[in-house]
Ligand binder design. Structure first.
Ligand code: DAH
Length: 338
């Protein structure tokens, strides 16, 4: 009996190694190891065997099953290797892989990151505030009277219920002063919204970077020095910077800042990049009232603030003539900066 089993084992192993594909291998597996296969049939003979011979018979069965299983496994592997080799035949594996197109940063992101990097080096920390704002944070606390044109429905996106899309990042000044005590030295990059018609220099959604420094004895000279240094770090050491008197409700005195732009073949011209000024004591008064303490009492602190257009900085930096290019997602345009 045990010799029969050895025979089955030999036949099975031979049959398996003769298999040439997955299908014939599977047929061999079913024929020898399947429920109705040769080994199962032989095992059924156990009941006719003398008791003392049963252990040897059982051992022979186990050995045969193990040997057949091993043969099956190694044949499966061998067939798989063959199939793999076939599928790559004729392919030159030493060829360099096809290049995946690499992404790159958007020009606005590049310019914003650089601006943040320069200002952080000067000691400004990042601050943030919501884009859906209250009239209080966007206008009232910034000393902007009820009849100021910026508050007009024609210029500002209002929601039912009185909230609005912030028209400038200056609201972050207020939110910051509500939550900390001086000295305050923050910058707040972010989106701002106005109901402007789209043209080469206007988009209803644009990007600003707000700055605020409040401490004892902050002076106009600090503001000028900081922004001159910043703009020269951005655009080059020889960049000419000009402060032009202007009006903002929340600063006094107030200025607009221009940099001189040199374009080859054209007369150099002054381009406005930011608004700025010394924080109006009325703003400190209103914050003090809101806080119910004297941390920002106008008698104790002074400060400066500025707000610049990041889109404007990017247009100057890269000589972009139409602001719409920044939002059109044309990869031919964007890939120049990657
Ligand atoms: N918020 C002003 C604007 O959007 C810009 C600005 C001007 C911000 C003067 C300031 C500032 O912080 O002091 O036009």
């Amino acid at each position: 009996m045990t010799t029969d089993i050895q025979t089955i084992q030999d036949q099975a192993v031979a049959g398996i190694s003769a298999a040439t594909d997955q299908r014939s291998l599977e047929e061999a597996r079913v024929a020898f190891l399947g429920k109705k296969g040769t080994l199962a049939a032989a095992a059924a003979g156990m009941k006719d065997i003398a008791n003392e011979d049963k252990p040897a018979f059982g051992a022979a069965l186990n050995k045969a099953r193990a040997a057949i299983t091993t043969a099956l496994e190694s044949k499966t592997l061998e067939l798989q290797n063959l199939a793999d080799q076939k599928s790559i035949a004729g392919i030159d594996l030493t060829l360099p892989a096809r290049q995946l197109p690499a992404g790159g940063l958007h020009p606005l992101t590049i310019v914003k990151d650089r601006a943040i990097q320069i200002l952080r080096r000067m000691g400004f920390a990042l601050a943030d505030g919501p884009e859906i704002e209250t009239e209080y944070h966007c206008f009232d606390a910034l000393n902007t009277p009820d009849d100021h044109p910026a508050r007009n429905e024609k210029d500002t996106f209002y929601f039912d219920g009185g909230k609005l899309l912030r028209t400038h990042t200056s609201s972050v000044q207020i939110r910051t002063m509500e939550n900390t005590t001086p000295p305050v030295r923050i910058i707040a990059p972010g989106s701002a919204y106005r109901r402007d018609d789209v043209d080469a220099t206007h988009l209803p959604v644009f990007n600003q970077l707000e700055g605020l420094y409040v401490d004892q004895d902050v002076k106009l000279g600090d503001l000028k020095g900081t922004l001159e240094y910043f703009l020269q770090a951005m655009f080059g050491d020889n960049t000419e910077v000009r402060f032009r008197p202007h009006f903002f409700p929340f600063t006094e005195p107030s200025f607009e800042i221009d940099v001189k732009l040199h374009v080859q073949g054209q007369e150099p011209k002054w381009i406005e990049v930011a608004g700025c000024g010394m924080v109006d004591p009325a703003v400190f008064k209103s914050i003090s009232k809101q806080r119910g303490d004297e941390s920002f009492a106008p008698a104790k602190v002074t400060g400066y603030a500025f707000g610049m257009g990041i889109d404007r900085l990017a247009m100057i930096q890269y000589g972009i003539k139409d602001i719409r290019a920044l939002i059109e997602n044309d990869t031919r345009f964007l890939s120049q900066f990657a």
